[in-house]
Design a protein around this ligand. Sequence first.
Ligand code: ATP
Ligand code: MG
Length: 560
Amino acid sequence: MAENMESLNFIDRFIQEDIAEGGAYAGKTVHTRFPPEPNGYLHIGHCKALTIDFGTALKFGGLCNLRMDDTNPTKEDVEFVDAIKEDIHWLGFDWGDRFYYGSDYFEKDYEYAVELIKKGLAYVCELTPEQFKEYRGDLNTPAISPYRDRPIEESLDLFARMRAGEFEDNKYTLRAKIDLASGNFNMRDPVIYRIRHMHHHRQGDKWCIYPMYDFAHPIQDALEGITHSLCSLEFENHRPLYNWVVENTSVPHTPRQIEFARLGIDHTVLSKRYLRALVEQGFVDGWDDPRMPTLCGLRRRGFTPASIRNFCERVGVAKSPNTIPLAFLDFCLREDLNETAQRVMAVLKPVKLTITNYPEGQTETMVVENNPNRPEDGTREITFSRNLWIESDDFLAEPVPKYKRLYPNGPECRLKGAYLIQCTGCVTDENGNVTEILATYDPESRGGDPADGRKVKGATIHWVDAATAVDAEVRQYENLFQAVNPDTSSMEALVKDMNPNSLEVLTGCKVEASLANAKAPASYQFMRLGYFCPDSKDCAPGHLVFNRSVSLKDSFKPGK
Ligand code: ATP
Ligand code: MG
């Protein structure tokens, strides 16, 4: 029984009925599976599916298998298998010892196909793919299948010879004998086996006939004792065929397929085909490019497992297709990091600030909180001296209306956690560019508050001590696609919808010394700037590289 009745979605309610007394699975352990095709890396859409598969099992105290759907003998790769496992574990889900390959059931698939032939429920057909299309019929016209009444013995013989490799690709198919007039075209005697002289990544050249997904999948589910086979909505029309296979073969279990809507996200492409093309054609820096919607990309960008699980949970399980704003994914990350990320100071576009009344050669140490939300995270020390780095846009030689930061003879400003200062002027080079900002400080304001309680009119700005600051490269990301709905009619069209400014690389940034040994996984709030993480590939001591995970500003408005 599910623990929390409040949070039940429609899938949970179906399952609850099924396992209740008198239900089809009364008293059984709920058993689900996640069946990725190992032909690419998992993306955020898969996360929704696997959160449902693993999450539903958890909710009911059941089990969830991980099964590589490698029925199709193309493009599968161990690189992908390993990455898929790593990604699922990283998200926090586990399949125990129940890791399977769809291809491990090929022999069983074959036996069940033979069973169907023997029952007069499948036959070998020799229409060419073109004829097959031509004879499909339409809503008012049944399909035509000239080989439908082939004698059982003949089909058995031909099917055995198909397996033995006697025929070239597409010469014969095995078709289920169901209903040529069905309003559901998937039931018009669908092909369940075809000839493909192709090497399989695990089976080698053992097979030259391969089962179709619609035939293999229900058998895999049934053999593993899956009670509830949860899948995305495009399989709804295939459910009658799924049930037909389960009913008409002697498989040991009767799984139930339930469909849910696929996840769509604006400004994002979630088709492996296009994600692969972006990688292969060099439009991004690999599957784990921080702009990619892949799990490895999101991880490198600084997403936490909690933020992604949270996102999937809040997106919910619905039957109607919906597109979620990409900004909502950011929102979930920001919310998590706001709680957990350590606060530090970093200056992305630095300019020098000299405190003219601070003694040369003097330095002092300030103790600052690591995270005001979590006192248990403790404090750290930062140094302060006469020369600091500040953000160049925290100074204007000529103030504009309402500007509350530094300008000559402007308002008193607070250096975060340090002292109050007032700008007195600046130094410019021969071209008039500002090279140094000058200010005086109030020695009585250590910690950032005036001794006499006067009101500080200026802004609080962040800074790092030039004497101890460390150089860093910072990569800032925007949406990979500028179009809300990227055009996937062709790769050419898709590329046109890409955002030319999706990556901005800043070098010569200055970060506080505590970050000198930063490495992934870690998340920091660079105060006033956003959340950043050390890049898992390129960041090393002596060459710091940070990715902006998400800005501080929230562009997501709930309810809009
Ligand atoms: P793609 O079209 O990107 O190749 P796929 O569905 O073929 O995706 P699989 O590896 O077969 O990729 O997917 C594994 C599981 O993840 C399937 O059950 C599929 O329904 C589900 N899935 C894939 N994309 C999404 C999505 N955007 N939203 C929800 N579930 C998804
Ligand atoms: Mg698939």
